[in-house]
Design a protein around this ligand. Structure first.
Ligand code: 4AD
Ligand code: MG
Length: 434
């Protein structure tokens, strides 16, 4: 291993009996008087390091007795197998070097309120629960890329600064662009991914997206990450097949590679193990009938809110896809069903266990005149959409795609209640710091 790093704690299993150097931070410690037990974390795991006065010498032994939580240390010693130790291995310390001392670390093992923890998010990410969540997030993002790369999708990055809205004008973040004009933070890379699909066949974009959502729900961030595949010669049924394969792959990958983190989070894995194909597919009409039967005061034409989504998803043990919402509920680019123009060829996927909508997508309007009328009726600036209309002028074909919100999927797979824990630095209505 090049560079300054020591032996990763995660690799101690293959180093039993050998001398190694661990480089990390003090997570916790206790002492029996004659022996110090130092819990060291290095980002890959936690290891108990056992140090006696005889091994360290009086001066270092005394120093170790006063080390504050999160002090940075290098410890050299022999790796021993010990089933009782966290991680299964411990280090018999021969020498200890203090890299930098810390004192009065604000996050202690006692309970803290969530506002305090969010104010200290830059430190909170070191604690074991946050660590497990963010490792699973990393696995999910890697799984998204691997799945799409293996299926021949080209990564096609979309811009963040955009001249117009994609998902409605009510939640746009506006920016002053050189004092000359307005720009907006993107709500979705989709429109640009459509240009990519007509250039490459199959593409995806993957990046941060922004919604000035004034809602304070457990499912909404103002900045969240979205992965958006888009494919040419693709229809709604193909899109649903892709979304199903995609989500099944991601869940399987996390179950396969992130067992330890799921255990830290005490996630009920049996709920995730049921997530295999096929996922149920119901129409919006069917969803409304089911909700009415449950006593919801909902009419055909209303969008589904969080409570309605939870009520529907509770009926299934795996994600459910709801297709063909009323055109009036959906964005301007959605293709209307030729057989029933009052509904759009769209699909939302709802996660089980009440985690809400994780995917939104569908087939795009590919007819020039129809799309132009939609841009007009949604009162969007026609000038800003000329390039988008060009895609319908020059070789338009049926195409479809979807967007999956990463934080919602992280919450679901981790069994975490609020999206604020699913991203390193959450941005919400009342939070821009740290
Ligand atoms: O359903 P949405 O708005 O769809 C689109 O933006 C499409 N243009 C995507 C596409 O077809 N390429 O958003 C897609 C997903 C939602 O299903 C949800 O998982 C997530 O993005 N999402 C949010 N996640 C966190 N906070 C928010 N405020 C979110 N808004 C949407
Ligand atoms: Mg949606």
């Amino acid at each position: 291993m090049p560079g300054m790093s020591g032996t990763p704690i995660s690799e101690l299993g293959s180093r039993v009996g050998e001398e190694v150097t661990l480089k990390g931070w003090l997570y916790n410690r206790r002492s029996s008087g004659k022996i110090h037990f130092l819990l060291i974390r290095d980002g890959t795991g936690i290891c108990q390091c056992v140090a006696s006065r005889a091994d360290l010498g009086a001066e270092t032994f005394e120093l170790a007795d006063h080390l504050g939580q999160e002090s940075a240390l290098e410890l050299t010693g022999i790796v021993r197998e010990d089933r009782r130790a966290p991680g299964g291995y411990e280090l018999s310390v021969k020498s200890l070097r203090l890299v930098s001392a810390a004192s009065d670390y604000p996050i202690t093992p006692k309970e803290h309120g969530v506002a305090f923890l969010l104010d200290h998010r830059h430190l909170w990410v070191r604690s074991s629960r946050q660590h497990a969540i963010l490792r699973i997030r990393s696995e999910i993002e890697a799984a998204c890329r691997d799945f799409l790369d293996q299926r021949g999708f080209i990564l096609f990055d979309a811009p963040i600064l955009t001249p117009a809205a994609c998902e409605g004008t009510t939640n746009l973040f506006e920016i002053d662009y050189f004092g000359e004009r307005k720009a907006y933070l993107t709500q979705s890379g989709q429109l640009y991914a459509e240009a990519g699909a007509f250039a490459f066949g199959k593409v995806y974009c993957f990046g941060p997206t922004f919604r000035a959502e004034k809602s304070k729900t457990r499912r909404h961030l103002t900045e969240f990450w979205m992965v958006e595949p888009e494919a040419a010669f693709f229809e709604l049924a193909d899109d649903m097949d892709l979304a199903e394969d995609f989500v099944a792959y991601i869940v399987g990958r996390v179950l396969e590679r992130r067992r330890a983190e799921l255990a830290v989070l005490e996630r009920d894995i049996s709920r995730l193990e049921r997530v295999s194909k096929p996922f149920p597919r119901i129409s919006y009409d069917d969803a409304i009938a089911r909700l009415k039967a449950k006593g919801f005061a909902i009419q055909w034409g209303d969008d589904l809110g969080g409570d309605e989504e939870t009520a529907i998803s509770e009926e299934f043990d795996r994600p459910v896809m709801i297709h063909r919402y009323p055109t009036q509920c959906k964005a301007f680019y959605m293709k209307q069903d030729p057989a029933r123009p009052e509904v759009a060829l769209c699909v939302d996927m709802l996660a089980p266990e009440g985690y809400g909508e994780i995917i939104g997508g569908g087939q795009r309007e590919d007819d020039y005149e129809t799309l132009k009328r939609k841009i007009e009726s949604h009162q969007l600036p026609m000038d800003a959409f000329q390039w988008y209309l060009d895609l319908r002028r020059y070789g338009s074909v049926p195409h479809a795609g979807f967007g999956m919100g990463i934080e919602r999927v992280v919450c679901w797979l981790c069994g975490v209640h609020h999206v604020r824990e699913a991203i390193p630095f959450p941005r919400m209505l009342e939070r821009l710091e740290p």
